[in-house]
Design a protein around this ligand. Sequence first.
Ligand code: FES
Length: 337
Amino acid sequence: MSDDLELRDTADQLPDRFENPGFPPHEQRRGDVDPRANKFSERIVVALFAVSILGTIAMIAAYFAFPPGETAASMQRSNLAMGLGLAFALLGIGTGAVHWAKSLMSDHEVAEERHPLRSSDEVRAQAVEVLKEGAADSAIGRRTVLKGAVATSLALFPLTIVVPLVGNVGGDWDVASFKRTMWKKGTRLTTDPLGRPIKAADVTIGSITSVIPEGLEETAHPLDEKAKAVVVLLRLDPRDLKIQPGREDWQYDGIVAYSKICTHVGCPVALYEQQTHHLLCPCHQSTFDVADGAKVIFGPAKRALPQLPITVDTEGYLVASSDFTEPIGPSFWERLR
Ligand code: FES
C-alpha cells in the first residue's frame, strides 16, 4: 500500500515534457579540416569499391575455372572459389558505402521529432529537398574517380547472378533424364554409401536403410544418379501392409522400397516412426504412411513417395524389378510427362 502511494507521488512530480538536452558539441573529423585527409578517405572508398570490382571478376573467373564437376572435392573447390569472389564483391560495396558515408558525407546531426505517420505535403516536399541536398552533399558529381568506381562496381555486381544463370541456359540439361533413374530389372539394392548388396534375410522387421543401386560409382555422373535413385528400404510385418492394387508383387515378404526424395520440394525423407509406420520429411514435416503405399497423411507434399518394385535374385539378394514407374521428386516434374 505505502509503495503504491510512493510511486504515485513520484509520478506526480514528473514534468509533462522533458527538456531536449540538445546535441553534444560537434567534433570535426580530420577530413573536414584537412583536404589531404579528405583526399585520403576518398582513395580508401575508391579502393573498397575496387575490391568489389575485383571480387566480381574473380567470382566470374572462378565460375569458368572451377566447374562443379562430379566429385564432392571439385564441388567444394568450385563453391569456395565462387563464394570468396562473391564475398569480396559484396564486402567491397558494403564497406565502401559505409566508409563513404562516414568520412566524406556531411556529419551534421539532424533530429526529427515524432509526428503523425503521414507527413504534411510541406514536410514531404522538404524531405525531397533534403534528399537532393544529400545527393549534392555526397559530392558524387565532383568526385569523378569515386563516381566511376561506384558505377563500375554496381554495374558489374549483377554479373555474379547473371553469368551462372546464362551459363546453364543451353547447357547439357536433359529434362527427360529427370523421368528415369538407373534402376532397372535385376539391379541389386546396396547399402549407402558402401555399396554392399543386401540379402532379404538380413533385413529385420522395423528397420529402415538408405539404399543405392549397384554400380552407382561406375556411372559417368554418380552424384546426379544417386540424387535420383536413392531409396529407403523398410521391412514391415506383412500383415500390416496394405498392398496397393496392381502392386501385388512390388514387395518381398514385407520389404518395401520407396524413393527417398520428398515429393514436396525434394528433401531426403528419413525420420521413421516404427510403431506407426510413418515416414517424416524433416524439411516441412510431410508425413508418409509406408504401410499404405507411402501416401501423404500430413504436410504440404501432394503425392505418395514413388515405390520401387523389388524382388530377390537366385542368391537371395534384393533386386529391382524395374525402374520407378513414375517420376521421382517434387511433383512439378510430373507435368513434363
Ligand atoms: S521437402 Fe519434404 S515436406 Fe517439404
